[in-house]
Ligand binder design. Structure first.
Ligand code: ME8
Length: 468
């Protein structure tokens, strides 16, 4: 039987169009999904949108629309953006879908019956941008550390999830399974914060847009309790047992550091309470800035996916840049200049140049099969290991070091003079391997290269990466 791999992105709030931060997570997910497909695994890649809650309700009100109408208009923006970026997902889940509502109701009821939900009163400082309460300590001058807006004082009757009950089980989870939180350095911060773990308010009465609690219809489910369950709905929980039992537990949830807490504390505790197996890993990546400024609608600069692609006019440059520029897990800075530099110096001058030179030479001289000594210089084992460790920048470095070796081979052997068909055969096979390894990162260009170099008559073709 084929090995399976279930990978997810966060489901984004459709309160505005997606930007480079959302694009980044979704591209990384796609790269990992494609890598596992390349290894012959049965992959399920889930992405989507988080459509309930006060944040969406407020955004809709501002546009004088009802929330469903408002999100319906934004969903095509997400789907088109992912299409343009060549994201090959298996499902785009929306939390307003019927099958998801059913899952949320069932889990709420289950956790309630288990005695893990009780009625209480909540008074706290709430940030609508985060859809989360803050303690005074977390706020900076009374403002949310992420959105910099004043936190509102809210007091409401609320149901609570007995999160604190799971403290020791969570600690044990991190101890027993050192891959649960990746990169590993992130775990320490969580363990510290677990010290004074409080129960979690999971219902609201102050607004309407959301799923009503099955045991008290006056209360709306907290948007995070609803949203996290998308990972179950996405692969057919309560709907398609065969699919669900095949793909669950998730192999990898990818999130950024802003929502780590929800995924490594609240989410596993919810699953423990519901008696459902836990995901294997949550990978927490860093945050991108744009020209060193925070990416934010209200404060800094936001760059859309269309703008992103238009800088070089090439989707693959964007995908390549985002994975090459910063180690996965660290913060990164996006700038047009840095993107153009990598596009010109690496994709055009190294990869593009190799492909076009060798194709031209083969067109002139042809190839003759021999034992490939050149290809042996590619360290496949190392690349696989780096890939499985999520060190994508190093994977690309390794592949590009081999591209350099191939370019030098053409140069040193003076192939334009010798026309050595055996050397050209070595190069042809090497280029095919390079294209295969690069295909998760730059699928469109890789496909072109593979098509060109597996043809019966190899010919020079149009330039892959036009220099800017
Ligand atoms: O948090 N750098 O949705 P969201 C890197 N609906 N990644 C970024 C980024 C940046 N500057 N900005 C956003 C939510 N992201 C919830 C999730 S999941 C059950 C519910 C990416 O629209 C990154 O993946 O605010 C981050 O975690 C996510 O978008 C937050 O998206």
């Amino acid at each position: 039987m084929k090995k399976k791999f279930y990978i997810t992105t966060p489901i984004y709030y459709p309160n505005d169009i997606p930007h480079v931060g959302h694009a980044y997570t979704t591209i990384v997910g796609d790269v990992i999904a494609r890598w596992h497909k390349l290894k012959g695994e049965d992959v399920f890649y889930l992405t989507g949108t988080d459509e309930h809650g006060k944040k969406i309700e407020t955004a809709a009100k501002k546009k004088a629309k009802n929330p469903k109408e408002f999100v319906d208009e934004l969903i095509p923006e997400f789907k088109n953006a992912w299409k343009k970026l060549n994201i090959d997902y298996n499902r785009f889940i929306r939390t307003t879908e019927k099958d998801h509502k059913k899952v949320v109701l069932e889990i709420l009821q289950k956790v309630f019956e288990k005695g893990d939900i009780y009625l209480g009163e909540y008074e706290g400082l709430y940030c609508t941008g985060c859809e989360a309460y803050y303690t005074k300590r977390d706020l900076i001058d009374g403002c949310c550390p992420i959105h910099k807006t004043k936190a509102e004082k809210l007091k409401e009757e609320s149901y609570f999830f007995k999160l604190s009950k799971y403290k020791n089980k969570l600690l044990k989870l991190y101890m027993d399974n050192s891959n649960f939180i990746l990169p590993k350095f992130r775990a320490k911060e969580i363990i510290n914060r677990l010290e004074d773990l409080q129960d979690l308010s999971i219902s609201r009465t102050s607004f309407n847009w959301g799923i009503k609690l099955p045991f008290n219809k006056k209360h709306i489910s907290y948007v995070w309790f609803d949203a996290l369950l998308n990972y179950l709905t996405g692969i057919g929980y309560l709907k398609d047992d065969k699919k669900f039992s095949k793909f669950w537990p998730a192999d990898l949830h990818i999130v950024a550091k802003d929502i780590m807490w929800f995924h490594v504390v609240i989410w596993p505790a919810m699953l423990m309470s519901a008696g459902i197996k836990l995901p294997k890993s949550v990978f927490v990546h860093g945050y991108w800035t744009f020209n060193k400024e925070k990416i934010s609608k209200s404060r800094g600069k936001v760059i859309s996916v269309d703008e992103l692609i238009s800088i070089t006019g090439n989707v693959d440059s964007v995908r390549y840049f985002l994975l090459r520029e910063t180690p996965f897990g660290q913060d990164g800075d996006f700038s047009e200049k840095a993107l153009i530099e990598r596009h010109n110096n690496e994709l055009a001058d190294k990869l593009g140049n190799l492909v076009s030179r060798v194709a031209g030479l083969i067109e002139r001289f042809g190839v003759k099969k021999i034992n490939n000594k050149l290809l042996k210089k590619l360290n496949l084992k190392k690349i696989e290991k780096l890939f499985d460790n999520y060190e994508f920048d190093k994977v690309l470095n390794e592949i590009f070091a081999f591209i350099d070796i191939c370019n030098e081979y053409v140069q040193n052997k003076k192939l334009w003079e010798t026309g050595d068909e055996k050397n050209l055969y070595e190069l042809k096979e090497s280029i095919l391997k390079i294209a295969e390894l690069l295909s998760p990162f730059i699928p469109e260009s890789s496909e072109k290269i593979i098509k060109q170099f597996s043809a019966k008559k190899i010919k020079k073709s149009e330039i892959l990466f036009k220099k800017i």
